[in-house]
Design a protein around this ligand. Structure first.
Ligand code: SF4
Length: 329
């Protein structure tokens, strides 16, 4: 076992990753993989907690998200990418945690409440209500020390710590209480200028988009409605293109702001400039993506899942021993 601290991250496979995912977590994961023993879970069972009747794309979504990881710079030699459903011990541990986790605690979890509202769920399913318990099993079966999360996920990590602490108190101290690693995550507005970048709102630039696709999307992005002619003074603070310039073109943004306010740069030129900057970021990703065949992705997933499974098996031996349900050992 390596001396490095272990970190667990992951995603539900629900479609290709976009720039919001890149800034919010992927970039960080690529940087962290040198310093931590990194496990990345593709949480397909968790995806089914909200999409149980729409599972026909799951296999392709798993493939695409893995390609997005590899394209963004996740190195399968350093990071273990694995599929949740292929590690049945996670579900076994979920059940053991569920034995003593109160339904009321889950019902009052603010993230669960917000997500239930977002999905329009009135009568919560057992699986959906319990997904933070399953997340706790994901984390603790790998004895992860750190879990990089956004602010909205903090209640889940607090709950995970409580569930794990309770297990250690009830049975034996075999599990690790994880810490949340809260990074500074810039919130990336969507191309509509109103909402967070999101696949469901059709306002996203995907990591796999071609230069032409990026140009087309940025051309249609919402800018300052007060600017009709090129020399009209602009208000960059209301322009989504300007928000992107701040993030993707920090070296030129002050000049762009000044020129926009003075009516010395047209929106067409400004958008073209931004397209170039985003393309510079995505081009190396497209090159890396092109290096992987479907078989290579499959091999990476099988090898990662096998490695993760061995870790999970070892933890579960300890868990069953602690719970005194290792009857014939
Ligand atoms: S010049 Fe650039 S920052 Fe100013 S309104 Fe046009 S697109 Fe936005």
């Amino acid at each position: 076992m390596s001396n490095k601290k272990r970190i667990l991250t992951g995603d539900r496979p629900t479609g290709n990753l976009h720039l919001g995912h890149y800034l919010g977590s992927l970039k960080n994961r690529v940087e962290l993989q040198n310093d931590y023993e990194s496990y990345i879970i593709i949480a397909d069972v968790q995806a089914l907690t909200t999409h149980w009747e729409k599972d026909e794309n799951l296999k392709n979504d798993i493939y695409q998200i893995t390609l997005d990881y590899l394209a963004a710079g996740i190195d399968p030699e350093q990071s273990t990418i694995f599929i949740q459903s292929m590690i049945p011990e996670i579900h076994e541990l979920t059940m053991y945690f569920a034995l003593y986790t109160s339904v009321n605690v889950l019902r009052h979890n603010p993230t669960i409440k917000a997500e239930a509202e977002q999905h329009g769920f009135k009568d919560l399913t057992y699986g959906f209500l319990g997904y933070p318990v399953s997340q706790t099993a994901d984390i603790s079966i790998f004895k992860a020390h750190l879990v990089p999360v956004g602010e909205d996920q903090i209640p889940h990590i607090e709950l995970a710590r409580k569930i794990i602490r309770r297990f250690n108190d009830l049975y034996a101290p075999v599990l690790v209480e994880p810490e949340a690693l809260i990074g500074e995550v810039p919130r990336l507005v969507g191309l509509d200028g109103n909402n967070k970048m999101s696949k469901s709102l059709n306002n996203a630039i995907y990591l796999k988009d071609s230069k032409d696709e990026i140009a087309k999307k940025i051309n249609n992005a919402v800018t300052d409605p007060a600017r009709i002619r090129k020399d009209d003074p602009g208000h960059p603070e209301v322009c989504s293109v300007y928000q992107y310039q701040k993030i993707f073109n920090p070296a030129e943004v002050a000049q762009i702001e000044a020129d926009c306010r003075a009516g010395q740069i047209g929106c067409v030129a400004c958008k073209k400039n931004l397209t170039g900057k985003i393309d510079e970021l995505l081009e190396p990703m497209r090159e890396r993506r092109a290096n992987y065949t479907e078989d290579m992705v499959k091999d990476i997933l099988l090898a990662g899942t096998k490695k993760a499974h061995n870790v999970a098996l070892a933890t579960m031996e300890e868990v069953r021993e602690a719970m005194k349900i290792s009857y014939f050992k």
